[in-house]
Design a protein around this ligand. Structure first.
Ligand code: ZN
Length: 143
């Protein structure tokens, strides 16, 4: 997968993050995609994923479970920020060398919260397009 321009980065981010949450794509594969982006695009992605985590109403338990799943040290800045009550979402302001760990933590915590939502609220069917992805990764459609 190649790096995306910021224009198509938006839908690409939504797709990659939700594919990871739904175990269509591995976290390591998502990290490889993220690492290939420009520093500016990485900041944008971190901001977007922070927004998804906020919308998913992550709990302190989600934070702990997500950090464990991310394999990032619990003492790393992003791990500490996400477990605050309420969580701090200023991940895009972190220094560049913490962007990859921030991405790992954010996506993992989002995955925990979103999986719970899919198993309860969205159990039988839902109208969220991002919960009805094809099981094979495809390129995102542009708006
Ligand atoms: Zn749904």
């Amino acid at each position: 997968m190649t790096a995306t321009s910021s224009a198509d980065g938006r839908s690409q981010t939504e797709l990659v993050v939700n594919e990871i949450a739904q175990e269509i794509r591995t976290l390591d594969d998502g990290v490889a995609w993220f690492s290939g982006l420009s520093p500016a695009s990485r900041r944008e992605v971190l901001q977007q994923v922070g927004g998804y985590a906020m919308q998913a109403h992550i709990t302190a338990a989600d934070g702990r479970a997500g950090v464990a799943r991310s394999r990032v040290k619990p003492t790393a800045n992003p791990s500490v920020m996400i477990r605050m009550d309420p969580p701090r979402y200023g991940f895009s302001s972190l220094p560049a060398d913490e962007h990859v760990t921030a991405f790992r933590v954010l996506v993992s915590v989002f995955a925990v919260a979103d999986t719970r939502r899919r198993q309860t609220h969205c159990k039988n069917a839902c109208g969220h397009p991002w919960h009805n992805l094809p099981t094979t990764p495809v390129e995102a459609e542009q708006p």
